[in-house]
Write a new protein. Structure first.
Length: 458
C-alpha cells in the first residue's frame, strides 16, 4: 500500500477506533493528559487512554499490512518515513499518527463532557455487559488472573481497571450519540442524509467485460460438465440424448450415473460423455469464501478482449439509461447460461469516494480505478476504464432519492447511518476543542510509535 493511500485512509482508520471501544478516561492510576472545564463541568482523559489508542492504530496498520518506503508498521523504519504531500507539513509517520490520535482523544473527551452536561447515566445492563466482557477476557487470555492480564495490557499503557474505564467511557459516548442522533440515525432528517449521500458516494451502472476465464467443474477427461438449469440447485447432468450412445452392463442395462440418470456418450467407444451444451449449463467452481475461481487469459485472448471492449463501447454511444441497463441485463443472461449467477442490482452500484480501496489489497484495486473515473464524470455520462480485472463501461447516475433506505441497496449502505453520525459527532466535538487544555509535559512522556505495543485485541 502506498503512503499517499495510507494517509488518505488515516482518518477512516482513526475514526474506526470509536467503534472498537477504545475510548478511555482519566484514572487515579494514570496521569491526566487533557482536561475540559466548561459551564461547571470538568472532565479529564488520561495519558493511558492515549497510549491505548496508539497501540490500537498500530495494530490496525499491522493487520492491514500497510507499508511505506518498503517497510511495514511493525518495523521502526516505517515510523521514520517522511512523505511530502501538497498542503501538508513535512513530518514522519510517527508524528502524523500521534497527532491524528491526539485529535481523536480530544473528540472523545468532548463526548465525555457532553455525557455529563446532558445528565446521562449508563444503564445497569450496559455496565454488566462490560463486566462480562472483561470477565471473559480474564478467562480466555489470562486464565482468570488479573496479574497476568495486567502484564499483557502493560504493553498498551493500561491495566485491567483502566481498560474497564475505557470500555465504560466508550459506552457513554455511544449513549451521547444515540441521544443526539437517535437509534440508527433516526433523528437525522432525510435532507441531511441525502446531502451526505451526494457528497460521499458515486452512483453508477456498469457493463463489465472480464479479463479472465471462470473455472468449471470437469469430468475425468477434463471436459466441462453440463447440468440441467431448471432449478436453483443444479444437480442432474444434462446428457445429449439425441446424438449420444448408451453403454450397457453385463445384464444389458444402460449404465447410470450417481443420480440414476442414463449416461450418454459421444460415440460407440463410450469413452467421452455426450453433454447437452445447447440447453445445459456448466457449473462454475466457487471457493469457500463464495468467490468464483478464475484463470488468466492468454496474451492473444487479452488482445481480442480489448478489441471487443472497444467495439462494445462504440456501439453503446448515445444509449439512454434504460437502453444501457437493458444491455447489462442481456449480458447477465449470458452469464447465467454459463453457470455464473452474479447479483444484478436494480438500482445499480454505490461506492464511497472517501474510502481507500487500495488498503484492501490488489483484489480491490479495480474499485479505486472505478471510483477515480466516476469522480471526473457528469451524471448521464458514459466512460470505459480498464482495471486489473477487465473493462468497465460505466454510466454515472444521480443518487436515487433515499437510496440508503432501500432494502435492495443494503450492501452499499450497511454503515451509512453510523458514518453520518460519526461525521456529525466529530464536527460537534471540534466546536469545543478550544476549551481543552493539554499537559505538554505528560504528552512528551509518551513513547514513540516504535515503542508502542501492537494491539490487536483490546
Amino acid at each position: 500500500m502506498k503512503v499517499k493511500s495510507l494517509l488518505r485512509s488515516a482518518a477512516l482508520l482513526l475514526a474506526l477506533l470509536l467503534c472498537l471501544s477504545l475510548l478511555g478516561g482519566c484514572s487515579s492510576k494514570g496521569k491526566t493528559l487533557m482536561t475540559l472545564e466548561k459551564d461547571g463541568v470538568s472532565v479529564s482523559l488520561s495519558v493511558n487512554t492515549y497510549e491505548l489508542m496508539l497501540s490500537r492504530i498500530k495494530g490496525t496498520l499491522c493487520f492491514l499490512k500497510t507499508s511505506a518506503g518498503g517497510f511495514t508498521a511493525d518495523q521502526d523504519k516505517f515510523w521514520d518515513y517522511i512523505e511530502k504531500m501538497e498542503g501538508r507539513p513535512t513530518e514522519t509517520l510517527d508524528s502524523f499518527y500521534r497527532s491524528q490520535v491526539l485529535e481523536n482523544c480530544k473528540s472523545y473527551l468532548v463526548g465525555l463532557y457532553l455525557f455529563e452536561s446532558m445528565g446521562l447515566s449508563l444503564p445497569a445492563s450496559t455496565v454488566a455487559a462490560i463486566d462480562d466482557q472483561l470477565g471473559e477476557l480474564l478467562l480466555t487470555d489470562a486464565d482468570g488472573s488479573k496479574n497476568k492480564l495486567n502484564q499483557i495490557l502493560s504493553a498498551y499503557g493500561v491495566n485491567y481497571e483502566l481498560l474497564r474505564e475505557a470500555y465504560l467511557m466508550s459506552a457513554k459516548v455511544e449513549l451521547v450519540q444515540k441521544e443526539l442522533y437517535g437509534e440508527n440515525a433516526s433523528l437525522i432528517g432525510d435532507n441531511i442524509k441525502m446531502e451526505y449521500l451526494e457528497e460521499n458516494y458515486v452512483h453508477f451502472h456498469q457493463y463489465f467485460l472480464e479479463a479472465y476465464h471462470y473455472r468449471y467443474e470437469t469430468d475425468v477427461n477434463g471436459d466441462v460438465i453440463y447440468y440441467h438449469t431448471e432449478t436453483e440447485q443444479i444437480e442432474h447432468i444434462y446428457y445429449d440424448v439425441h446424438t449420444g450412445f448408451t453403454k450397457t452392463d453385463s445384464e444389458g442395462k444402460p449404465l447410470t450415473d450417481k443420480k440414476g440418470d442414463v449416461i450418454y456418450y459421444t460415440d460407440a467407444t463410450c469413452k467421452k460423455i455426450a453433454y447437452n451444451t445447447t440447453y445445459g449449463a456448466p457449473r462454475a467452481i466457487v471457493s469457500e469464501n463464495g468467490i468464483y475461481q478464475t484463470k488468466s487469459m492468454t496474451s492473444e485472448e487479452l488482445e481480442a478482449l480489448k478489441k471487443k471492449a472497444d467495439e462494445t463501447f462504440a456501439s453503446m454511444q448515445g444509449l439512454s439509461a434504460e437502453e444501457f441497463e437493458a444491455e447489462i441485463e442481456k449480458k447477465q443472461g449470458e452469464l447465467v447460461k454459463q453457470g455464473i449467477k452474479n447479483e444484478l442490482y436494480t438500482d445499480g452500484y454505490y461506492l464511497r469516494t472517501d474510502t481507500d480501496y487500495l488498503a484492501g489489497g490488489e483484489e480491490y484495486e479495480y474499485l479505486q480505478t472505478i471510483v477515480d473515473a466516476l469522480q471526473t464524470m457528469e451524471d448521464g455520462q458514459m466512460m470505459m476504464v480498464k482495471s486489473s480485472v477487465g473493462y468497465h463501461i460505466l454510466m454515472k447516475y444521480a443518487p436515487t432519492e433515499k437510496a440508503y433506505a432501500n432494502a435492495e441497496n443494503e450492501v452499499w449502505f450497511s454503515n451509512f447511518n453510523s458514518s453520518l453520525v460519526e461525521k456529525m459527532f466529530f464536527e460537534l466535538c471540534e466546536t469545543h476543542y478550544a476549551d481543552i487544555a493539554i499537559d505538554e509535559k505528560v504528552l512528551a512522556s509518551v513513547p514513540s510509535m516504535k515503542k508502542i505495543g501492537i494491539n490487536y485485541y483490546y
